[in-house]
Design a binder for this molecule. Structure first.
Ligand code: CP
Length: 314
């Protein structure tokens, strides 16, 4: 493991990891996959540790898989619900975190609409901080579980061509995936309308395409992204019908990828918007395997961080 996780004791983004760190996390996750297939899905690795799930944005997959991951490692878990918390009485994020830290947790997992909020927590919190998605910035455990899924299919996470299609502008999943695959030396194509896939992203080493058939050509992986209406993405193209016509994946478009190619999607999916209903449920779709892998990857991240470096509160 590289310096970042061990010295800083946080997972804030893929940007801070080396390719060797990524290998270590994936190898650790691979060793945890089997635990979830046992009758008794529990190991004592984090017995006595406490994990706080601090989610300020909606989540189905990330929140529940961090919860299951913590429980399978025998950690105690607090699920913080912002809608029924004292935030509603005006308590600040800082005071909320300091209050929770007074209960001596080891790891705080945070999802927040503000980019950089996990970094902000590291400036005053003693717990290990894990970024579970911050604004448009990063969603590192999503990119890691995507990488684990690719590794299971292709037996390697290097030498791949990855096409990412959709609302790149608003997507922390796209950002973390672009960074991860460029670190692993993979070719990354990003595809969508110019308003959602600006040329700016070429600075990250991705190739920009505005034609989906050209962009997915010879790809190993076609990763579809949701149109994020809640972040105003619907204002960036004329209509959903128009978007679907040009940027949805269907059998004809998918035929441009390699024969061995797979379809991925971080979810939640908009059926018959960005992905053809039948393709979403086909044997080329690894969407549910991604969800399953979220548990092993999050177990690996919690296990590697441990939160052991904290001074106890006096
Ligand atoms: N992929 C993902 O982050 O899904 P959730 O928003 O359901 O956690």
């Amino acid at each position: 493991m590289g310096d970042y996780i061990f010295n800083q004791n946080h997972l804030l983004g893929i940007d801070h990891l080396s390719d060797k760190d990524i290998d270590t996390i994936l190898e650790t996750a691979e060793s945890f996959v089997e635990i979830s297939t046992r009758d008794v899905k529990k190991v004592p690795a984090l017995k006595g540790k406490t994990v706080v799930n601090l989610f300020f944005e909606n989540s189905t997959r990330t929140r529940s898989s961090f919860e299951i991951a913590a429980k399978r490692l025998s950690a105690d878990l607090i699920n913080f619900n912002s809608s029924v918390s004292s935030l509603k009485k005006g308590e600040s994020l800082r005071d909320t975190v300091l209050t929770l830290e007074a209960m001596n947790p080891n790891i705080i997992v945070i999802r927040h609409s503000a980019s950089g909020s996990p970094h902000y927590l590291t400036t005053f919190a003693r717990s290990s901080i894990v970024n579970a998605g911050d604004g448009f910035h990063e969603h590192p455990t999503q990119a890691l579980l995507d990488a684990l899924t690719m590794k299971q299919v292709f037996k390697t996470i290097r030498g791949l061509k990855v096409a990412i299609v959709g609302d790149i502008l608003h997507s922390r999943v796209a950002r973390s995936n672009i960074i991860l695959h460029r670190k692993m030396g993979n070719e990354v194509s990003i595809i969508g309308p110019p308003s959602l896939v600006p040329r700016e992203f070429e600075k990250m080493g991705a190739k920009v395409h505005h034609n989906i058939e050209e962009g997915v050509k010879n790809s190993d992986v076609v990763m579809m992204l949701r149109v994020q209406s809640e972040r105003g993405a619907g204002n960036y193209f004329p209509s959903i019908r128009e978007y679907r016509k040009h940027f949805a994946i269907n059998k004809k478009v998918f035929a441009m990828a390699k024969k061995s190619a797979i379809i991925m999607h971080p979810g939640p999916i908009n059926r018959d918007v960005e992905i053809d209903n039948t393709l979403a449920d086909s044997d080329k779709s690894f969407i549910l395997q991604q969800v399953t892998n979220g548990i092993a990857v999050r177990m690996a991240v919690l296990y590697l961080l441990k939160g052991d470096f904290n001074e106890p509160i006096n």
